[in-house]
Design a protein around this ligand. Structure first.
Ligand SMILES: Nc1ncnc2c1ncn2[C@@H]1O[C@H](COP(=O)(O)OP(=O)(O)O)[C@@H](O)[C@H]1O
Ligand SMILES: [Mg+2]
Length: 550
């Protein structure tokens, strides 16, 4: 849908306050020291100074849609400003973002608003619940009232100025030309904003004009930190855009990347909820892959159905657990009840499993041998050869990136294997040193589609892994499958949509957020779109997940 765009004046008015930080000090100059000669080259100006070599200036003009197009909330603005800040902080030359204010004809603007309001009204007749249109209408009405009450408005034009100095003119010229071109391209790609490296004549005029107006607005860029401070970035935005964040996709309807700070939030656990086919497995694999690529924290994937196997990148070590033996899950849960409380002695642990699953219940032939048990459970790959019987599954906490794939198992076999894996995981965990820092993410797809026995361990993992620096990334089809007493241990909730109203209600209940219209938003989400709630924050974000896989 196309909406006529003239949002810049709106922006200027709404965000004026933000820009008042760091006004340029009077008398500041681009070049200090006395200048011998000024040269206008193709796209930069070079000053030859009397005693300190050369200094050059290049400038990138940005389309003012940087701060307007698609921008409907302070949040969007901050995201963009921060991404821009990050790009700028990578530039070697000295860099400044300047925003020239241009005042605007009030009569002209009122007319424009009236026109836009009436075209919005037409759109709203057919789409009266479209939240974005409503928001836009409210914004325009606010602006209209402000203008009527005599408040001044203007629009802003952003420029990025690059400055380099050196004893050699050649080095100044080549550095600036390259950096200006690269930066302009990076901004266009990342923010979807038109950029242009100004020709030197234009640049000269622009600089003059900028210094003639009093005072131009300047945001100094000492780095991201400083920029976000300067812009009074709300903390939640700062962290979701932290460079450590894992890219999940884009905020719905925008090109604004959404980054999830897994290092910060991971140990608070992540729960992905969604009906079949909405993209849970894809999202899990995407996060696992991106963490692998970024080498940030270690990842263990327990894949009960083998769904992620083909999605995971090459670097993951794969352990396959398969068995054609049918194991009765009732017996398995008995076994694991027996297992409870017997940590400490591995031999006892094995005995318990053997006796519990096969011994007492099987009756004929006495307890199984270790090898028989291995075969029956299909867990051979998990152990070293006898006689040491040392768990190779230590790899579950020592391999940096591994996937344990349980395809080819019967349901019963899978249930037992998952329970065993989880108990091993816990045991291995207890041998590591406690920490609050995220070391590893344990990913389990459809973590609650399992046996009672496994549930016992799932619950313990949720409660205990955090203290050992292990975060959980679990998925489930429905909130109902997750036990009441652990659901609030999940700090991050990522919910896919569904038309089913009881599903939607259950999501709203666990995120505890009652803003009007969330139910509709959740219902309207398509495949690959999800709502995300970060720990301790009431703010919800809606994202188009951009998968790493396929
Ligand atoms: N982010 C996404 N964008 C586009 N299509 C997606 C996305 N995530 C999943 N899909 C599509 O939906 C299908 C089902 O995804 P999947 O992750 O298996 O869902 P689930 O695990 O919830 O059943 C995938 O095969 C893929 O074609
Ligand atoms: Mg799935």
């Amino acid at each position: 849908m196309l909406i006529p765009l003239f949002a810049s004046p709106l922006v200027a008015l709404l965000y004026n306050k933000t820009f008042k930080v760091g006004l340029i000090r009077n008398g500041e100059r681009f070049v200090s020291g006395s200048v011998k000669r000024v040269e206008l080259l193709d796209s930069l100006i070079v000053f030859e100074r009397r005693d300190r070599g050369y200094i050059g200036i290049a400038c990138i003009g940005l389309d003012d849609t940087l701060f307007s197009e698609k921008m409907r909330s302070p949040e969007d603005f901050f995201s963009r400003a921060l991404i821009l800040g990050r790009l700028l902080s990578n530039v070697k030359a000295e860099v400044e973002l300047r925003i020239a204010k241009v005042s605007i004809d009030v009569m002209e603007l009122s007319k424009k608003i009236e026109r836009e309001l009436s075209s919005l009204r037409v759109l709203l007749e057919s789409q009266s619940t479209d939240e974005r249109l409503l928001e836009r209408e409210r914004g325009l009405k606010r602006l209209y009232e402000k203008i009527r009450s005599g408040e001044k408005v203007g629009w802003m034009k952003p420029y990025i100025i690059l400055r380099a100095s050196d004893d050699s003119k050649e080095r100044v010229v080549s550095a600036l030309e390259r950096e200006a071109e690269e930066l302009a391209r990076a901004i266009t790609i990342t923010l979807g904003v038109q950029t242009r490296v100004l020709k030197s004549k234009e640049l000269g005029r622009m600089l003059e004009a900028m210094f003639a107006t009093t005072p131009p607005v300047k945001i100094s860029l000492g780095g991201e930190e400083e920029l976000s401070k300067a812009l009074a970035m709300p903390p939640y935005e700062r962290e979701s855009l932290d460079p450590r964040g894992v890219f999940l996709g884009y905020r719905v309807g925008t090109k604004i990347p959404f980054l999830y700070d897994v290092v910060r939030h991971g140990t608070r656990h992540i729960l992905v909820i969604g009906p079949t086919g909405k993209g849970k497995t894809t999202l899990l694999a995407t996060i696992a892959n991106r963490l692998y690529v970024r080498n940030q924290v270690d990842v263990t994937v327990i894949d009960p159905k083998g769904d992620t196997e083909y999605m995971l990148l090459k670097g993951f070590s794969r352990f396959r657990i398969s068995s054609s033996t049918v194991i009765n899950s009732r017996k398995a849960s008995l076994a694991f009840r027996v297992l409870e409380g017997v940590y400490g002695s591995r031999e006892k642990w094995f005995e318990s499993v053997q006796n519990g699953v096969y011994g007492r219940e099987r009756n004929e032939g006495g307890p199984m041998t270790f090898e028989e048990l291995e075969r029956a459970l299909g867990v051979k790959l998990l152990y070293a050869d006898p006689p040491s019987r040392e768990f190779q599954l230590n790899s579950i906490v020592t391999e940096r990136y591994s996937a344990i794939i349980l395809d080819n198992l019967t349901d019963d076999g899978r249930f037992v294997a998952i329970a065993i894996l989880m108990s091993l995981y816990l045991e291995a965990l207890y041998r590591t040193t406690p920490t609050n820092r995220l070391r590893r993410l344990l990913v389990i797809d459809e973590a609650w589609r399992s046996s009672e026995a496994a549930l016992y361990y799932t619950r313990r993992l949720v409660k205990e892994s955090r203290g050992f620096g292990v975060g959980l990334l679990f998925s489930t089809q429905t909130v109902k499958d997750v036990p009441e007493d652990v659901i609030h241990n999940f700090g991050t909730i990522i919910a896919f949509g569904s038309a089913d109203s009881s599903y939607v209600e259950s999501i709203i209940r666990i995120v505890g957020y009652k803003e009007r219209g969330i139910d509709k938003k959740l219902q309207a989400l398509g495949v690959g779109q999800a709502m995300i709630k970060l720990p301790d924050l009431a703010t919800l974000s809606f994202i188009d997940i951009d998968p790493e896989v396929l």
